[in-house]
Design a protein around this ligand. Structure first.
Ligand SMILES: [Zn+2]
Length: 248
């Protein structure tokens, strides 16, 4: 039996699968893996949360990056890997998708918002740091691009920031708690495209394993957690997952 066949069997035998995704599922959509050599963070420095809040200059730089697409976080389409995961969710096989990505591609592939748990936030919209109001980027862009106006909250005047979790910002409590619950409740934990090096997110696969779930890791490169997995595949996600969960 091939590794792909074994994965298909494990998915079939599982009652409740949690899918955990990282940059590797979105590189096939053309979104760069920002931690890799040549990735975003090797070309430009991250803007720390504290600096964003404290400095108008840093806010201006952050918004310039957002509106010029410099960071390349968003603006792409879901690929075959996202679509296969969406089919597993629609079939009732996958209870939720925990993602380290901020690109909104799981939602764009048709997975309901409440099934996607975002550990690092979302770069496709913004929120007010004071009152939490959501702001759409296309509403904020014209004033910034045409008049250099740094976005401020239309309700309270507070500082507005893309809804990502920045360096220096604490992990979001709600999503972290939900991710933990889902991880403990699953019987198969499927990692798709994460190098599993960024904690605390990278702690979930082992938590699943400790709770008796099967662990499968699909990633182009080996990960430190490969030795703990029941099955490891070093393959491209889109082609693999489309074979396992073919389009209907
Ligand atoms: Zn506000």
């Amino acid at each position: 039996m091939t590794p792909a066949d074994r994965l298909a069997r494990l998915i079939e035998a599982a009652d409740r699968v949690v899918v955990f995704t990282g940059a590797g599922i979105s590189t096939e959509s053309g979104i760069p893996d920002f931690r890799s050599p040549g990735g975003v963070w090797s070309k430009m420095k991250p803007i720390y949360f504290q600096d964003f809040v404290a400095s108008e200059d840093r806010r201006r730089e952050a918004w310039t990056r957002t509106f010029t697409g410099t960071a390349g976080w968003t603006g792409r389409s879901p690929n075959a890997g996202h679509d296969a995961v969406a089919r597993l969710v629609a079939a009732g096989k996958v209870s939720s998708v925990i993602t380290q990505n901020v690109d909104n591609l799981h939602q764009d592939s048709g997975i309901p918002d409440d099934r996607v748990i975002e550990l690092h936030g979302n770069a496709s919209y913004a929120t007010c740091l004071d009152c939490g109001l959501r702001h759409e980027l296309h509403h904020l862009k014209p004033a910034f691009v045409e008049r250099g106006e740094i976005p401020a909250c239309r309700a309270c005047g507070g500082i507005v920031k893309t809804a990502t979790i920045s360096f220096g910002q604490s992990m979001p409590l709600g999503p972290m708690a939900r991710a933990e619950e889902e991880t403990e409740a699953c019987d198969l934990f499927l990692v798709l495209g994460s190098s599993l090096v960024v904690y605390p997110a990278a702690g979930f696969p082992l938590l699943a394993k400790r709770n008796g779930a099967r662990l499968v890791i699909v990633n182009r490169e080996p990960t430190e957690q490969d030795p703990y997995a029941d099955l490891v595949l070093h393959e491209e996600i889109g082609p693999l997952m489309s074979r396992i969960v073919p389009p209907v």
